[in-house]
Design a protein around this ligand. Structure first.
Ligand code: FE2
Length: 366
């Protein structure tokens, strides 16, 4: 138990902002494939000259897709270097100014100095700091705001509204960092943001014939925010972390894990809408009950959908991973349902990595 006062209390993930090549089409994809609902918009029609943003929401998950309208733009630069990817992991706080002061005095590099933004429904305070790669955290204080998203945005009400697929909240978000940088960034989250280490893995836990990685899970003291950090470890061939770093041109967000209360329904819906998942060999299911003990679900639908199961001392979890959702093999998603377990599916890593290696083999990047 952490007995020191939490200098950076965080209420949850506020939003995740992606810089993309075409926000209009990305928004359509997340509506159609992932069941996100239209929420807000900003662009030429709202007075912006250089960018457009679409905001989508599914229960507590808010995604923002932003694209540059001009070539001379940090958004365009970001897309040129990284491809589509996560720029902002925004954190919901009660005091954005204090969050900025507490983290920068502990060594965080400023990204956005605290400032107020207002409209007729109230005001927000925003501030921000840099983290791994070109990724940033923005602290969002919205206790005096009642607008649809943030000042500058208007309600986005298209006629096209595919239904939700039952995604509920961000369970965790994983960062891939460069060779030898995992400890640096784990230390950053500890020293600068007051996070504690939940779990660590090394290459003796997670390695296949070809691939290895190291991982540490950092969490805010209330456990609302969990950031596993991966770095590549030497293997016979190129690991998926190394592949990511190579295509993303540095560290960045690797996957966003989104929780559901009914993974069977959610994954069946996602599949029918065209979301592609990694598939483990069928033999995985033959030994499943032996490995994880009794579970409430029957094996057959799990096998059919390719859902994985793992157990820890607190319970079990069900999870599945999509293939990357861009042309570069970078960002992907995890769908997770927790039944007591508080860990991240370590028992599945080996089977999963072997299935990723089959994909890497097809891409010629192993
Ligand atoms: Fe994960």
């Amino acid at each position: 138990m952490n007995t020191t006062e939490d200098f950076l209390p965080i209420n949850g993930t506020d939003y995740v902002e992606f810089y993309v090549g075409n926000a209009k089409q990305a928004a359509h994809y997340y509506q159609t494939a992932f069941g996100f609902q239209p929420l807000a918009y900003a662009g030429l029609e709202t007075g912006l000259k250089d960018r457009t943003s679409y905001v989508l929401r599914q229960d507590k998950i808010t995604f923002v897709f932003t694209t540059a309208l001009v070539p001379d733009s940090p958004i365009a630069d970001h897309c040129k270097l990284h491809g589509d990817g996560v720029k902002v992991v925004a954190l919901w706080v009660d005091d954005a100014k204090k969050s900025f002061e507490e983290t920068t005095k502990r060594g965080a590099i400023p990204y956005l100095h605290p400032h107020e933004e207002k409209d007729e429904t109230g005001k927000v305070v925003l501030s921000g700091i840099r983290t791994y790669g070109e990724t940033v955290h923005i602290f969002v204080e919205r206790k005096n705001y009642r607008g649809v998203f943030l000042p500058g945005f208007v309600k986005w009400e298209p006629h096209y509204r595919p239904s939700s697929v039952g995604l509920r909240y961000v369970d965790h978000m994983v960062g891939n960092v460069d060779w030898g940088e995992m400890n640096t960034w784990a230390q950053f989250y500890h020293d600068v943001m007051g996070f504690n280490q939940l779990i660590s893995f090394d290459d003796s836990d997670i390695s296949t014939e070809f691939t290895a990685l190291m991982s540490k899970v950092m969490a805010s003291s209330n456990l609302y925010i969990k950031f596993p950090l991966n770095e590549p470890a030497a293997g016979k061939k190129k690991s998926q972390i190394e592949e990511y770093i190579e295509f993303y041109k540095g560290g960045g967000v690797q996957h966003v894990a989104m929780a559901t209360d009914n993974i069977l329904d959610t994954v069946a819906a996602l599949k029918s809408r065209g979301v592609e998942f990694l598939r483990v060999p069928d033999t995985y299911y033959d030994a499943l009950i032996q490995r994880v003990g009794n579970i409430e679900e029957t094996i057959e639908p799990l096998r059919e959908l390719g859902i994985l199961v793992d157990r820890d001392e607190d319970g079990y979890l069900l999870q599945i991973f999509t293939k990357p959702v861009e042309d570069r093999p970078t960002v992907f998603y995890e769908i997770i349902q927790r039944k007591g377990a508080r860990s991240f599916g370590k028992g599945n890593f080996k089977a999963l990595f072997e299935s990723i290696e089959i994909e890497q083999g097809k891409r010629g990047t192993l």
